[in-house]
Write a protein that binds this ligand. Sequence first.
Ligand code: SF4
Length: 483
Amino acid sequence: MKHLDQRRILLVHPLGYQASAAKADIARKANLMPPLGLAGIAAYLEERGKKADILDCFAFPLTAERRLKTYLEILKPAWIGFSCTTSSFLDGVRLAALAKEILPGIRTLCGGPHVSALRENLLADYPAFDYFVVGEGEETLFELMEEPKNAPTTRGLALWNAAGEAEFSGFREIGLELDNLPFPAYEKLIGFPKTYRLPIFNYPKAPNTSCISSRGCPYSCSYCDRSVFRRSFRYNSAAYLYRHLEYLKNRFGIRHVNFYDDQFTFNRERVEEFCQLLDAKPLNMTFNCAVRAEHIDAKMLTMMKKAGCWMISLGIESGDAELLSRHRQKVDLDFMAEQVHLIKKTGIRVKGLFMVGLPGETTSSVRRSIAYLKSLPIDELNVAKFTPFPGSPLYEKIHKFGHFNEDWPKMDCMSFQFIPKGMTCEELERLFLEFYQTHFKQPRILLNYLTMLKHSPDSWLRFVANLGSFLNFARHSNSRMLK
Ligand code: SF4
């Protein structure tokens, strides 16, 4: 199509549900993360002479469609790319079809975990998309935009071949060297950083942001979909990471960063060097990160605390050792408890990440998890409702373990789409509420939140402004699904 701008792409982060429900979505109010993957791709493409913009429907649900239409009509990009999870995929399909209606000839593509897991199998049912980008998007997207006629041999694409068959062109063998990448194009996110917010009470200072410093995870838990990065684990060097934080501070005034890595401390030397850099040339910033219990120790934690570490998240998942050992490697709940105490002793807050509803879950196993939670000095809690995502090891055989309602828009870990054998949805919902209520009713937790008046005043302002929604959540769970 000659009249379209072949060098331009609009990158879209779909909301995933009806825009009218966004106002009632407590998850959005509590946590609105910038689409860092798209911002990274935009920076990569721009560095190579393409023009890329980002439409974040999640941040601006009510105006997103109008903005999409205006952008396509005025700038006439030849390309539009979507980043979708399982729950937002069908919304992406709807917007891709709309884009084709507005601008016939535009080429539509979609990346993210859902299409990376299901690849060419999705093409026939979703003709709104011309291509699926499987795995990391930067190089695949650039090569496709540069030489569209070479698409069949461009690695990392699911597409229709000349014979009219849906095919996958194969994985990219070598992952990108992360230190060679430009910083994400944060400036292309409207209102960054103020538009976005970390979970309430999860940070000491604002403005703040999430930041990614590695890709992948070498473990293989049964419930985890690793289709995008597969088994690889790559990371930025400590020096790059320091420069990244310095940039965020100097350009956007960021005062706290949440590292959105699966395994921030996996490489011990990197963490030590990063802490030494922050110690030698302080940026007066704080940070959070997520770790596995076996990848922290007292010396490392002391260095991290000194360097500004404010909170550490630990994927605990369950307090039932037998259940947990069916789903992940190296289960030792006593060791996990020791590590939680160690983090607290260092003066770093601890966030416990739990999951309810795994295959094999029973009322007693959830109660064991709740008792385990109560036995630990955990400050913050997140309980996910187990969801068997395409691409996770459990997905293929999930029907053996219970009833699975594969309704993609509802697969966002906020409703029980899988019911383990012997349980009911009502029971799971009751136990889920009991989990949170047990945590929040502990006097030490209430006291802890009072101290947040001093340690995270911005969180309190947000909490008071949204009090009604939070109380509603405490009584009935999230209302997004009531749409
Ligand atoms: S759950 Fe965490 S540790 Fe397990 S595979 Fe996924 S990212 Fe890795």
